[in-house]
Design a protein around this ligand. Structure first.
Ligand code: GUN
Ligand code: ZN
Length: 452
């Protein structure tokens, strides 16, 4: 058994975003056995309650803060190498930037390299659980599940499906999609920390026949998730409306195939309508809010208040590579800033609201609310240790914080991946060492000279 000692902040309650309360415990002890938190309390009390003569290890995390592992509800594995493209709206960015890169994953060797970089990006940012958009190629999806299993991170992912509107190499057929999906699900679903997710890219690139095949996979793979994109940009919404003349709205393009339910996470939903919010609420579905992506692509400002007022569950997604990076600290801050920009239409968010969005909201959206999302007794020890470097603004901020909530606000504003001292999944520390060492400046220069 292991005792993790530190200042523990989490949001275990069932409050809705906008009213979340923080649980803050300075000098707390979390007793972890078999990956699970089995006791929690003041350090002296937990240690005092242990049977005498037993062996336990104490991991001292008192410098900084211990938070639950972060949950990314929407992120694309094949896009890690195209992060940072600026100046394009969604459909242009897909055509010029994302899709040409995604076509390269036809090569399993290439995909393996991308998968290792992607998983490293997740873990290094403190993300311990993620709902991941996979690849259009089954071999590349295998490569991803292998990399995730090797790293020991919790993931749900699947084969991405499209049968129109994209480059030919990325297209499939309903029958092929069904067969390849079942094959992948048999190999990966509920093995280790992995689950299968049915992932049509978006209804713009998926015919009704393909969405029907998605529905069959969802029925035949017990416990699979469903995820896709919805109402992201105005141009995309108009294009979908033109393709699905008989659908009530964008959400209905999925719902009429039985794809919208409690196992569903739809990304973006920026340009939503009241009937769609009512439907999502009735179905118990979740929306992945991807604030930095929405800002980078100029998609729009997310109407969080309307989601909350309709009772629609909202989690947070980095949306790498349209988003600006893996860090859910940064996404949480961007979510806060977005609501500020909306003025009176925005929902004022506190630091506890933001922590909930980045942890427990995501765990619930992914159907893992009983296992992860906070650090209560009975939950898995999925955790991140925020340990600022001496003298950095984060360190200064934490040392001068007036309260735990204040400290959390500073952590959410200032933490970068370089400030994480450790990341644990199910009690196991996951390695945050980069898979491919950076070329030294000399090597880089030498290469450059050879090619010029
Ligand atoms: N809609 C369809 N595909 C994508 C994607 O890769 N990224 C984003 N942000 N939106 C999408
Ligand atoms: Zn996306």
């Amino acid at each position: 058994m292991t005792i993790f000692r530190g200042t523990v902040l989490d949001t275990p309650g069932d409050e809705v975003v906008g009213t979340v309360r923080l649980r803050a415990q300075p000098d707390a002890a979390l007793l972890v056995e078999g990956g699970m938190v089995t006791a929690r309390g003041a350090f002296a009390d937990v240690v005092g309650g242990l049977p005498s003569g037993g062996h336990h290890e104490v991991v001292d995390l008192r410098e900084g803060l211990v938070l639950p592992g972060l949950v990314d509800a929407h992120v694309h594995y094949p896009q890690v190498r195209v992060l940072g493209a600026l100046g394009m709206p969604l459909l242009q960015w897909l055509e010029e930037c994302a899709l040409p890169e995604e076509a390269r994953l036809e090569s399993v060797d290439y995909a393996r390299g991308v998968a290792a970089e992607f998983v490293h990006g997740l873990v290094a940012a403190g993300t311990t659980t993620a709902l991941v958009f996979g690849s259009h190629f089954a071999g590349a999806v295998d490569a991803f599940f292998e990399a995730a299993a090797r790293a020991g991170v919790r993931v749900a992912a699947g084969l991405v499906a499209s049968d129109r509107a994209l480059p030919r190499a990325l297209l499939t057929t309903p029958d092929r999609y069904y067969e390849e999906s079942l094959h992948l699900a048999r190999r990966w679903h509920r093995t280790g920390l992995a689950r299968y997710a049915v992932t049509p890219r978006f209804s713009y690139s998926a015919s009704d026949a393909l969405l029907a095949a998605c529905s069959s996979v969802l029925t035949d793979v017990d416990g699979a998730l469903f995820t896709s994109h919805v109402n992201e940009s105005n141009a995309e919404v108009a294009a979908v409306a033109a393709l699905f003349r008989t659908a009530d709205n964008y959400v209905d393009t999925y719902d009429r195939h039985g794809l919208v339910g409690p196992h569903t996470v739809l990304a973006h939903n920026v340009h939503t309508t009241t009937p769609e919010l009512t439907l999502l609420s009735a179905r118990g579905s979740a929306v992945a809010h991807c604030p930095s992506s929405n800002a980078a692509l100029g998609s729009g400002l997310f109407p969080l208040r309307r989601h909350v007022e309709h009772g629609v569950r909202v989690a947070l997604g980095s949306d790498v590579g349209a988003g600006t990076g893996f860090s859910l600290f940064k996404e949480a801050l961007q979510a806060y800033l977005t609501q500020r920009l909306l003025g009176t239409e925005g929902l004022p968010l506190t630091a506890p609201d933001l922590l909930h969005l980045a942890t427990r909201s995501g765990a619930e959206a992914l159907g893992l609310g009983d296992e992860v999302g906070d650090l209560s007794v009975g939950k898995q020890f999925d955790a991140v240790w925020v340990r600022p470097r001496r003298g950095d603004p984060l360190d200064v901020g934490l040392r001068h914080a007036a309260s735990a909530e204040d400290a959390l606000g500073r952590a959410l504003t200032l933490t970068t991946p370089a400030d994480l001292g450790g990341v644990w999944v199910g009690g196991q520390q996951v390695s945050i060492v980069c898979p491919s060492p950076r070329a030294s400046p000399t090597t880089h220069l030498a290469r450059h000279q050879r090619h010029s």
